[in-house]
Design a binder for this molecule. Structure first.
Ligand code: PEP
Ligand code: MN
Length: 359
């Protein structure tokens, strides 16, 4: 599908020439909490408010959001501050309620965009809206939880196919097994490739859900803007420690104000932050390398035990040579130097042999 002739995601006066910033709490918890956050953000110059009303929780028993009644609090925030309001929808019913409440923008969450049935249900609702209502609505599609670019593009195509022309893509990182520096791996090449394939789409980065930690918001936000993202969506709460969801990653409105100012005024400080962030990425990659090496050694020991039981020699040169050739070829495709690859493989093989002999 060719996606073209899109309209700006939001009218220009809401982006004010600078990067587009959407901010607000992870969840709408009470009317006071929503209004306090909205006023504080308005004072920091934010023009587009976010708050989750229905929260997809990994396990039952977590805070699942205040539901439809909370939409009225967002509408009140809009009346009081003039901000545009946005929330997450996961079904046609959510969307119908959000539209009734006068929502300006919705996003499809990462768990929903991974589900073509759910996205199609939302698209089927959008297509039958009166044209003027559909024209006003901005729809942002978060990347699916898994690293599947085609699934992300497919979700966007379903929304476009329903006649929506204000479309954004939100990069919120990708789930992976185990503990990492990031809550969700950035895998920047995926949003970059999405942008290459769909150049008209407004690209928004969600450093809150990528980082999962307050101190990672600033460097990730800057990195995204340096990579030419059009905007940011950032979780803000007046009292993050007491937040009912995602409390560790929410920042105060004034902290957001400081991040925006430092992005505009102090690129050198932020270069330090980027450097620190790149180092964290290296730390994280090294952790994964060690983990993979340990897994490989465990399999090698398993093979060693089998060889022992069957009286086979530990070193089998034919197997070793074909393994090296095979790996060097794969590594070359990934842009790795052949000599470097051979040196690493020789070291790994030597250690495997040592472990098999010491069983
Ligand atoms: C959110 O934005 O609060 C949210 C639930 O995000 P995601 O779908 O990225 O997990
Ligand atoms: Mn959240």
């Amino acid at each position: 599908m060719i996606i073209s002739e899109l309209k700006p995601l939001f009218p220009e006066e809401y982006t004010d020439g600078g990067p587009l910033v959407i901010a607000g709490p992870c969840s709408a918890e009470s009317e006071t909490q929503v209004l306090d956050a909205a006023h504080a953000l308005m004072n920091e110059g934010i023009r587009i408010f976010r708050a989750g009303v229905w929260k997809p929780r990994t396990k039952p028993g977590g805070f699942e959001g205040m539901g439809t009644p909370a939409l009225e609090w967002l509408a009140e925030a809009k009346r009081q501050t003039g901000m545009l309001i946005s929330t997450e929808v996961a079904s046609a019913r959510h969307l119908a309620d959000a539209i009734d409440a006068g929502i300006d923008a919705v996003w499809i969450g990462a768990r929903t965009s991974a589900n073509p049935f759910a996205v199609q249900e939302i698209a089927d609702f959008l297509v039958q809206l009166p044209a003027h209502r559909r024209d006003m609505l901005a729809v942002m599609v978060k990347n699916p939880v898994n690293t599947d670019l085609e699934l992300w593009i497919g979700a966007i195509e379903r929304i476009y196919g329903a006649g929506v022309r204000r479309i954004g893509a939100i990069h919120r990182g990708f789930s992976s097994y185990g503990e990492h520096v990031y809550r969700n791996m950035p895998e920047w090449r995926i949003p970059i490739e999405l942008h290459r394939r769909l150049p008209e789409i407004t690209m928004i980065c969600d450093p809150s859900h990528i980082g999962g930690r307050r101190d990672l918001i600033a460097p990730l936000a800057l990195q995204a803007l340096r990579m030419n993202f059009d905007g940011l969506i950032i979780e803000c709460h007046c009292n993050p420690e007491s937040a009912l969801s995602d409390s560790g990653q929410q920042i105060t409105p004034s902290a957001l104000g400081n991040i925006i100012k430092s992005i505009a005024n102090r690129p050198e400080t932020l270069s330090q932050e980027i450097l620190a962030d790149l180092r964290r990425q290296i730390d994280d990659i090294d952790d994964r390398l060690m983990d993979i090496l340990a897994q490989r050694m465990a399999v090698a020991r398993e093979i060693g035990r089998l060889k022992q039981e069957n009286n086979m020699p530990v070193v089998q040169p034919k197997r070793y040579n074909s393994l090296i050739n095979d790996r060097v070829e794969t590594a070359a495709k990934l842009g790795l130097d052949a000599e470097f690859t051979k040196k690493i493989l020789a070291g790994i093989h030597e250690e495997s042999v040592r472990q098999q002999l010491n069983l």
